[in-house]
Design a protein around this ligand. Structure first.
Ligand SMILES: Cc1ncc(COP(=O)(O)O)c(C=O)c1O
Length: 437
C-alpha cells in the first residue's frame, strides 16, 4: 500500500519537502477549529480538577492506571480525529513533522540533557521496554541484573532477551518489608548483584507492587564509579521503567542519571491513551526491532542500503498510528508544565502523606509504602487484615472510593493520590477504609 502524504508527514518523511512547499489546500471542513479552552487556572487545584471529565460522585484513586485526559488534551484529540475523519490525508498545518513537535515537547518536559533526537515515541511503557530489551546488543558473556520488584513488562522483556541471546538474567531483592526500605540497602543490593560484565541494570522508578520509590540517582552514581574501570562496550547501562514517577515526580533525566527511561504518557502525565516515550543517551547500544518510518529508513530502503547507526527515531516503530492521540501529547506536557512540575510533585506527595498518616492509625491496616517522601511518590499500598484486596476494592467502590489491586503475587490494596484527588477525598478514603474493619 503506498504511503500517503499524511502518514509520511506524521513521521517526518516528507517534513523537509513540506517545509519548502505550500501546504496543500485543505477542504474547508478539514481545517480544524482552534480548540475552545475552558477557563483554566493552573494555580487553583479545583480548576485543575475541573479540566477532567471524571464522575464527581467518586473519589478517584486509580486514575493513574489508564489516565483520564484533561480538557485541552481531549479537545486536541477531538480536533485531530475530526480532521482525519473528514480527510484521511489531513496533515496539521505548518509543514513541520508533528512527531518532531511531540519529541520537542517531551524533551522540554524531560529537562536538562534531554534532546528531541534522544526520544523514541512508543504506545506505552511496555512497548518502550519491549523495544529496549529486544534490541539491546548483548555480547557473549555479558549479563543482566534486575530486581524482584519490577512489573511484568521488565521481567518478561528480560526473559525473552535471555531466551533469544542465552544471556543470564539475575534478580536481587532490594528490601524485605517495603515500609522499611532504605536507600543504602537498595543501592548496595544492586552493587553486590553486579557481575564484572553486567551490561544492563533494569530497575523501576516507583514500584507498582509496594509504592517504594527507588533511588535511581544514587544507583546511577554508584554505577558511574563501577563503569570508570570498564571498557565502553561493557559499561553497565541503567535502564528504568519510569511510569509511576514520570508525570508525578518533578525530576528529569539529568536528575535521574540513567541511560534509558521508558514511560507511558497515559498514566501520571494524564496524556492521551496509547502513547509513551523512551528517552535514551546511548542509542547505538540498541538495535531497532520494528521498521521505522523515519526519513533515514525510507532513504536507505529506496537506495537499497541500511539507515546506519541506531537512533531514537530508528527505534521508534513505524506504521500508521492513532495520530490524533500522538499529536495531542504536547498538550499533556503543556498542561503539567503550566501547573508546575514541582507543584504537582508536592501535591501528589502531600496527599499521599495525608492518606498514609490516616491509614496508619487504623489497627486493621498494614501500610506497605514507606513513610519517607524520598522513598515514595503517589502510590500508597496496604493490606487489610482478614480481607482480600479485591474484596476491599469492591467494598470501597460501594462507598464511592475507587482503588485498585496490585497485579503481583502478593496483591495489595493500592491508592494513587494525584492532581485529580482532593484532601477531602483522601479523608473520605480513610473513613471508608476504617469501615472495612
Ligand atoms: C511498573 C509498571 N510498568 C509498566 C506498566 C504498564 O504501563 P503501560 O500501560 O504504559 O505499558 C505498569 C502498569 O500498568 C506498571 O505498574
Amino acid at each position: 500500500m503506498p504511503l500517503n502524504r499524511r502518514a509520511l508527514l506524521g513521521t517526518g518523511v516528507l517534513a523537509g519537502v513540506a517545509a519548502c512547499t505550500p501546504a496543500p489546500a485543505q477542504k474547508t471542513q478539514n481545517t480544524p477549529n482552534v480548540p475552545q479552552r475552558r477557563a483554566f487556572d493552573p494555580q487553583d487545584w479545583a480548576s485543575v480538577r475541573a479540566q477532567f471529565a471524571l464522575d464527581p460522585a467518586y473519589a478517584q484513586f486509580a486514575a493513574f492506571v489508564l489516565a483520564p485526559a484533561p480538557a485541552p488534551v481531549r479537545e486536541t484529540i477531538r480536533t485531530y480525529r475530526d480532521a482525519l475523519d473528514a480527510d484521511p490525508e489531513y496533515t496539521p498545518a505548518g509543514g513541520r513533522s508533528p512527531d518532531q513537535a511531540v519529541r520537542e515537547a517531551a524533551a522540554r518536559y524531560l529537562g536538562a540533557r534531554a534532546e528531541p533526537g534522544d526520544i523514541a515515541l512508543t504506545d506505552s511503557t511496555t512497548m518502550g521496554l519491549g523495544l529496549l530489551y529486544s534490541g539491546i546488543r548483548l555480547r557473549p558473556g555479558q549479563d543482566v541484573l534486575t530486581t524482584e520488584h519490577d512489573f511484568l513488562a521488565t521481567h518478561e522483556g528480560l526473559r525473552l532477551l535471555a531466551e533469544r541471546t542465552g544471556g543470564k538474567v539475575r534478580r536481587v531483592r532490594l528490601y524485605d518489608g517495603p515500609a522499611a526500605a532504605s536507600e543504602d540497602r537498595m543501592v548496595s543490593a544492586i552493587r553486590s548483584g553486579l557481575g564484572p560484565r553486567t551490561r544492563v541494570v533494569a530497575v523501576t522508578w516507583v514500584h507498582s507492587s509496594t509504592g517504594v520509590r527507588v533511588p535511581v540517582r544514587a544507583i546511577a552514581d554508584m554505577l558511574a564509579e563501577v563503569n570508570k574501570g570498564r571498557d565502553e562496550h561493557d559499561r553497565a547501562l541503567l535502564c528504568v521503567d519510569g511510569v509511576h514517577g514520570f508525570g508525578a515526580m518533578a525530576g528529569g533525566v539529568a536528575d535521574l542519571g540513567c541511560d534509558f527511561l521508558a514511560s507511558g504518557t497515559h498514566k501520571w502525565l494524564f496524556g492521551p491513551r496509547g502513547t509513551g516515550i523512551m528517552w535514551g543517551r546511548v542509542w547505538d547500544a540498541v538495535a531497532p526491532i520494528i521498521p521505522s518510518f523515519s526519513q533515514a529508513a525510507f532513504d536507505a530502503w529506496q537506495s537499497g542500503g541500511s539507515p546506519g547507526a541506531s537512533t531514537a527515531e530508528l527505534v521508534t516503530p513505524g506504521g500508521y498510528k492513532a495520530f490524533e492521540h500522538r499529536w495531542a501529547m504536547p498538550e499533556a506536557f503543556a498542561f503539567m508544565t503550566a501547573i508546575g512540575k514541582d507543584r504537582v510533585q508536592r501535591r501528589t506527595q502531600e496527599l499521599a502523606a495525608r492518606l498514609k498518616s490516616g491509614l496508619r492509625e487504623l489497627p486493621h491496616v498494614t501500610l506497605a509504602t514507606p513513610e519517607s517522601q524520598e522513598l515514595s511518590a503517589g502510590l500508597v499500598c496496604c493490606s487489610i487484615s482478614g480481607m482480600q484486596p479485591l474484596e476491599a476494592v469492591n467494598r470501597l467502590h460501594a462507598q464511592k472510593v475507587v482503588a485498585s489491586v496490585t497485579p503481583y503475587n502478593e496483591p495489595l490494596l493500592r491508592f494513587g493520590t494525584s492532581i485529580v484527588t482532593t484532601p477531602e477525598q483522601v479523608d473520605q478514603a480513610i473513613k471508608a477504609v476504617e469501615g472495612l474493619r
